[in-house]
Ligand binder design. Sequence first.
Ligand code: SF4
Length: 412
Amino acid sequence: MNKPAEIKKPAKRKRVNVRRPDVMTLVQEEVEKHYHSPIVEKLREHGGSLTIGKTTVRLAEQFGFCYGVERAIDLAYAARRVFPGQRIFLIGEIIHNPEVNRQLSDMDIVSLPWKELTADYDQLTEDDVVIVPAFGAPTNFTDKIEEQGCHIIDTTCGDVMKVWRRVRTYAKTGMTSLIHGKRGHEETRATASRATGTDGKGHYLVVLTLEETDYVCNFIRNGGDSAEFLAKFEKAHSEGFDPKIHLREIGVANQTTMLKSETEEIQKRVRIAITDRDGNADNFQMFDTICGATQERQDALFDMLNKPMDLLLVVGGYNSSNTTHLVEIGNENLPTYFIREASCLESLETVVHFDLEAKDEIESPNVLAGFDEREATIGITAGASCPANLIEETIVRVLGLRGILRKQIEEA
Ligand code: SF4
């Protein structure tokens, strides 16, 4: 008797390498056309500062696209060239910048929901291409697109994967990962999903603020009400997390784009709490996973703040974590506007900008109006996801409001 034919599940797709030399040459030209800025280049060549009349624009030494973002964008553009006629999807956004995401959408790269695995994922087929963004994606998302047999273009940044390796190691050794990050951020969700380890039995807790850290530290020292703890950290801990058990051994990691000083403070406070409880820090480990690009942009801003400035403009997507931290640094030192693009500088009198406390875009009187005819220095920086063309437009806009024409800037 013939054996019934075996029903085979489609083989899991391997990650696709789209970085072919012929493709990348064309991609470079396209990316250059979309995001390059001759004015920013010129300023960089001239030490990052430009003075025309009584107005000086100063750029931070490091700002804008980082290597991880450049790579992710290159791969997304390459995907379209390698698969010209196929449906291409993206899990959420490639990076947190509306301009870049708009360009991808113009290339018919369709964003899929990223907060939950919706029915959209069931509709994916073996012919479809799915791009994993620079922040990575939780394991249930990557497993799903593999099961659907899609072509996968994985743009996850190497620095993010370093954090994954670390939290997996914590899980392997029975340590709980305490992740300094935003519980709803793509990267933190992706990292948290790896912190449960290969067997899914590991645990994690996400903390964002020093206040949350102190609450955890108090629990480490004195115990407390578990139900209250779990309610406070709703959606910020692993399934089955029990603060009375899972705060015994802690390894700290962080979202790559956090404020370094805050991460260090969190590490310090947790280490001290564990030492107070145990008499030593044997049950504590830490690993600084702030990425080099985030660090360089924060350091460059601190350097820039050593010289007097009248105003700081931080350009970037409002949901960009590393950009937000640049704004926090600015806010502590001088008038700072967090703007999405140049047009937010509506006029000399009015600016539309994101207010971190209100967590919303608001309209304010523009401090530029108060500078009148006097000399003024305006600093500009941008997060790792901001393209140079948006910075150029900001330079042109701010100088324009001071009566300086683009032509003068180009000829300066
Ligand atoms: S900000 Fe850091 S972690 Fe994120 S893409 Fe850039 S280099 Fe990678």
